[in-house]
Design a protein around this ligand. Structure first.
Ligand SMILES: *Cc1c(COP(=O)(O)O)cnc(C)c1O
Length: 408
C-alpha cells in the first residue's frame, strides 16, 4: 500500500460525491459535456489571495505567473485580484491582452525571447525582464526602430539559491538572468542608451514549503537588490522578489507557514536599506495561487485484474497530468492527492492502481492506493491540478486531445 498526498482543504462531500465550489463533480462533468475535465474553483483562488493579502505587508504586491495556468477564464478572474502578471512568451502576452489586462501591469521574463516577441512586448508597453546582455541590446535596437523607450528590468542570476526548492532557477551557471556581478554594467548601459529603467527581478526557486528557506531567500534578495542598486547608481523603481511558495502534494508535506513568512517580510520591509526606500516590491506566484484550486476529473472506463492487482483504467492520463504521473521533475514517483470522486468520503476498502489510457507504462495516476470500491463509470479526482496541468502536459501524445477546462 502506498499513501496518497493530502487533499487540500476546501472540498466538501454532497450526497457521497466530491463537491467543488458547492456542486457535485458529476454536475460539472455534465456542464462540460465530457471527461477528462479540469475544474478550477474561483472561491479557492479568492481565498488564497485573501490569505496572502492578510499576511503580507501592504507594500508588497502580488503578481500572477501566468505559466502556472494560462486558461483564459483564470487569467480574467485574476485581473482584479492581483497587481501584476508575469509572462514568459508572446503567446502568454496575447492571452493577457485578450483578457483585457493593461500591458503596463505585465512583465515578460524567460530566456530566448525572439525579436518578434520583444517587438510585441515593447510596442505594448510591457516590462522586459532582461535575461542577457544580448537580449538587452536587441531590445534597445527594436525600441529605437519603433521610436519607443523600452521598459526594461534586469533579471539577476544570484549566487545563492532557495534551499529546499523543488526546481532551482538561480545560482551557479544558469540560462536564466544575468550573473549578479555583471548586472550593474548592463543596467547602466541600458539606462544610458535610453531604456526606461524598471529595476530588478530576482527569482530564487520554486515549490518550497519551508518558511525558513523562503525567509532566508527573501532576505538575501533584498540585500542583493540594495547592493546592486547602489552600484548601478539609479533608483530601483521596482523589485520583483520572486516567489517560490509551494503547495503540499505528497504524504508528509505540510503547508507553508504563511504567518511566519509574512511576519518576517513585514519586519524586513519596515527596515529597508535606503537604496530601496522608494522601490515598489512584489512577489510572483503561480502554483501557490491556483494549484490547490484545481481538480482533474477522469472517468473509469475499465476495471481489470492483472496478477492479483486491480487496475482502474481511466479516460485521463499523463497527457493532461504529467506531474501526477511522476514524470515532470520528480525522482521517485509518489501519489498525488487523489480520490474516487463519486464515492467521496466512503471507507477505503481495496488497493488499486489508477492508470490512464495511454499505451505507456509511465501513465499512472496513483499506485497501490487504498480507495473505496469503484466501478466503470465512476469518476476519479486528482487534486492539486490547478497549476502545471493542462498546459504542462503532452496533450498531443497519442492523439486523445486536450482535456476540457471549467472555472467555476
Ligand atoms: C515559473 C516561474 C514562476 C512561478 O513559479 P511557481 O512555482 O508556479 O510559483 C515565477 N517566476 C518565474 C520567473 C518563473 O519562471
Amino acid at each position: 500500500m502506498k499513501p496518497v498526498g493530502p487533499i487540500p482543504p476546501g472540498f466538501d462531500a454532497i450526497d457521497g460525491e466530491l463537491a467543488i465550489s458547492g456542486r457535485r463533480a458529476s454536475e460539472w462533468v455534465a456542464q462540460a459535456g465530457r471527461t477528462p475535465l479540469f475544474v478550477y474553483s474561483k472561491a479557492m483562488i479568492d481565498a488564497r489571495v485573501a490569505q496572502l493579502r492578510a499576511h503580507l505587508p501592504a507594500r508588497v504586491g502580488l503578481n500572477y505567473a501566468v505559466k502556472a495556468n494560462p486558461h483564459p477564464a483564470v487569467i480574467a478572474h485574476m485581473a482584479p485580484l492581483v497587481d501584476g502578471f508575469d509572462i514568459a512568451s508572446a503567446g502568454e502576452l496575447a492571452l493577457c491582452v485578450a483578457a483585457g489586462i493593461d500591458p503596463r501591469r505585465i512583465s515578460f521574463a524567460g530566456p530566448g525571447k525572439r525579436d518578434e516577441e520583444l517587438e510585441a512586448a515593447i510596442g505594448a508597453g510591457v516590462t522586459l525582464n532582461c535575461e542577457s546582455e544580448g537580449e538587452g541590446m536587441r531590445a534597445l535596437a527594436i525600441g529605437q526602430r519603433l521610436g519607443i523607450a523600452p521598459r526594461i528590468a534586469v533579471r539577476v542570476n544570484p549566487s545563492f539559491v532557495m534551499t529546499g526548492s523543488g526546481m532551482k532557477m538561480g545560482g551557479g551557471a544558469k540560462q536564466f538572468g544575468v550573473d549578479a556581478e555583471r548586472v550593474p554594467a548592463l543596467a547602466r548601459q541600458l539606462i544610458a542608451q535610453g531604456a526606461e529603467w524598471r529595476g530588478l527581478h530576482i527569482f530564487t526557486g520554486s515549490q518550497t514549503l519551508s518558511a525558513d528557506a523562503i525567509i532566508e531567500a527573501q532576505g538575501n534578495v533584498l540585500d542583493l537588490a540594495a547592493a546592486l542598486t547602489e552600484e548601478i547608481g539609479h533608483g530601483c523603481p521596482k523589485l520583483n522578489m520572486g516567489g517560490g511558495l509551494g503547495i503540499p502534494y505528497f504524504p508528509g508535506d505540510t503547508p507553508v507557514d504563511l504567518a511566519r513568512v509574512g511576519d518576517a517580510l513585514t519586519a524586513r520591509v519596515a527596515a529597508l536599506p535606503g537604496a530601496l526606500a522608494d522601490t515598489a516590491l512584489c512577489l510572483e506566484l503561480g502554483r501557490y495561487l491556483v494549484g490547490e484550486a484545481g481538480v482533474y476529473l477522469a472517468r473509469i472506463i475499465d476495471r481489470k485484474i492483472s496478477h492479483g492487482a486491480t487496475f482502474l483504467v481511466t479516460d485521463g492520463g499523463l497527457h493532461h497530468q504529467l506531474a501526477a504521473s511522476g514524470n515532470f521533475g520528480t525522482v521517485v514517483r509518489r501519489n498525488y492527492p487523489s480520490a474516487i470522486a463519486t464515492q467521496y468520503g466512503a471507507e477505503p476498502t481495496e488497493e488499486v492502481n489508477i492508470v490512464g489510457c495511454l499505451c505507456t507504462p509511465l501513465d499512472r495516476l496513483a499506485d497501490n492506493a487504498m480507495m473505496p470500491h469503484a466501478d466503470v463509470g465512476d469518476l476519479v479526482a486528482i487534486f492539486c491540478a490547478g497549476a502545471y496541468g493542462a498546459t504542462a502536459s503532452p496533450s498531443a501524445f497519442l492523439g486523445h486531445g486536450p482535456a476540457a477546462e471549467l472555472l467555476v
